[in-house]
Ligand binder design. Sequence first.
Ligand SMILES: [Cu+2]
Length: 271
Amino acid sequence: MTKLRNSLILAAAAALLCVPMSAAADTSVKAKLVEQNGSGVSGTVSLTALDNGGLKVVIHSKGLVPGQPHAQHIHGSAHGGHFGCPTLKKNDTDGDGVLTNEEAAGEYGTVFLALTTTGGATPQDGLDVKRMPVADSQGRVNYERTFSAKIVPDGLIEHLSSLHIVQHGIDTNKNDKYDVEALGVSTFAESLGVPNIPEEATDPASCGVVQGAGMSGKPRGGVETGGAPAPDVNAPLAAAGAALLVLAAVFGVSAAALRRSHSADDGQTRT
Ligand SMILES: [Cu+2]
């Protein structure tokens, strides 16, 4: 009896503190974006679960590649798996000093919600760079969108405190664009049958873990984080194929140029 009453009191207290165990009131969590791949990107994210089932996402970030689209996603899992942000030390499995999307995905998990500017927001929309924010001439992205309850995937609100946000797109050779001369082609895109996408376009540029009130008492690098990725990690990759075609179309404008530089550059291309 006492136990039951205690949990009721805890539940009430949690509700008052806006811990996301109830959808009865707007709940806000924040994340701080930190650079990946030495991109110099930083920023803040706030995620607000609205009482109508929607989700408001606000991102302010800087240090991105000016004038370039940056694919951005909420990563995480409907099972509440605690994926975290990758590090070079832990996740650069080929030791080349650059974290590819494949190397990082084991850490940050699947695309849960694609942070597009309009339209759909499924993993399939995840690389549709035409609907991703473009950094301004100073490399800033200020993004705000409220996703309706219909768009927000099942399980996301429930796991609001164990999500993270990833922005993609880096410029390692500092020429203000994504090009294959820098890191070669994206093997991630290639594995989905889409050649000639610069790896720079898909490599992670920033990552931020939600600092949710509901997680404050728990260690962030729990058992789930340290373990193997959940079996569904690779499932959305196939689904991302369609979006990658869009990505290819966007970069297809200069496909001839890409091919030229690629073949001229074979000695330096990463393998
Ligand atoms: Cu992502």
